[in-house]
Write a protein that binds this ligand. Structure first.
Ligand SMILES: Nc1nc2c(c(=O)[nH]1)N[C@@H](CN(C=O)c1ccc(C(=O)N[C@@H](CCC(=O)O)C(=O)O)cc1)CN2
Ligand SMILES: NCC(=O)N[C@@H]1O[C@H](COP(=O)([O-])[O-])[C@@H](O)[C@H]1O
Length: 230
């Protein structure tokens, strides 16, 4: 009996800005290194440059100011996302806090890439805050999204040095270089069916993940102290 063919996973992406993480996903799909396809790109900013990276049929955007509340905007956003029947929803530079109802609607398949080594520096302006605190290291985290901001289980992280003389832009650029391979490495686990969120526990291959995986110099994910990639 032949194995049941698996279809490429369906990924919806939420953006607010230039979309370099979205472009990294698109490039990996085109290169055949991520068996998935983008079913929609959704933005709270109709002018977001990220929207231009996909064909018009895949774009959805609206202005929160046109809605009576955050909940109303997020309900419209959620309806648009749900219509694309995504397997995964990725916040990739999405700069709005999602209301509880939205998160609960998609929890377990809602991921975010955040530019800090969580739990350090949730929120915004992470690079400036790390520099101001004299951090020697900074980086990026991919985590499951829960209602509490940037508090979901961290799946994986990538570390970069903070260098003398770094300003926020220089550090942000160094972090962005590792965000792209980090996000892709996590998405490869997700579309392979190896990653799941059960309540407050993330599982990899059915086993609880108690500490974040780490991105190595080859772009592979390793458990801390492990000899090889997961
Ligand atoms: N409920 C959740 N929503 C979101 C999460 C999350 O973990 N839980 N992650 C964020 C992404 N994010 C950081 O990675 C983030 C996004 C937005 C903000 C924020 O303070 N936004 C303000 C508006 C800021 C602005 O317009 O400049 C707001 O929404 O009022 C902080 C962190 C995605 N959403
Ligand atoms: N709190 C969310 C947040 O700050 N996300 C950050 O926005 C940038 C957007 O990049 P992109 O639009 O080029 O993907 C990325 O650095 C991402 O980590």
């Amino acid at each position: 009996m032949s194995a049941t063919p698996t279809r490429p996973d369906r990924i919806a992406v939420l953006v607010s800005g230039r979309g370099s993480n979205l472009q990294a996903i698109l490039d990996a799909i085109d290169a055949g290194t991520l068996p998935a396809h983008i079913v929609g790109v959704f933005s709270d900013k109709p002018s977001a440059a990220a929207l231009e990276r996909v064909e018009p049929a895949l774009r959805w955007s609206a202005s929160p100011k046109d809605y009576a509340s955050r909940e109303a905007f997020d309900a419209a956003l959620g309806d648009a996302i749900e219509a694309t029947q995504p397997d995964w929803i990725v916040c990739a530079g999405y700069l709005r806090i999602l209301c509880d109802a939205f998160v609960e609607r998609f929890q377990g398949r809602l991921l975010n890439i955040h530019p800090s080594l969580l739990p350090k520096y949730p929120g915004l302006r992470t690079h400036a805050r790390a520099i101001a605190d004299g951090e020697a290291e900074h980086g990026a985290s991919v985590h499951f999204v829960i209602p509490e901001l940037d508090a979901g289980t961290v799946v994986a992280q990538a570390r970069v040095p903070v260098r003398p003389g770094d300003d926020a832009d220089a550090l942000a650029a160094r972090v962005l270089e590792v965000e792209h391979p980090l996000l892709l490495a996590v998405l490869r686990l997700a579309v392979a069916g190896r990653l799941a969120e059960r309540g407050t526990t993330t599982t990899l291959d059915g086993h609880a993940l108690f500490t974040p995986l780490l991105l190595d110099s080859a772009g592979a994910l390793r458990a801390p102290g492990a000899d090889g990639p997961v």
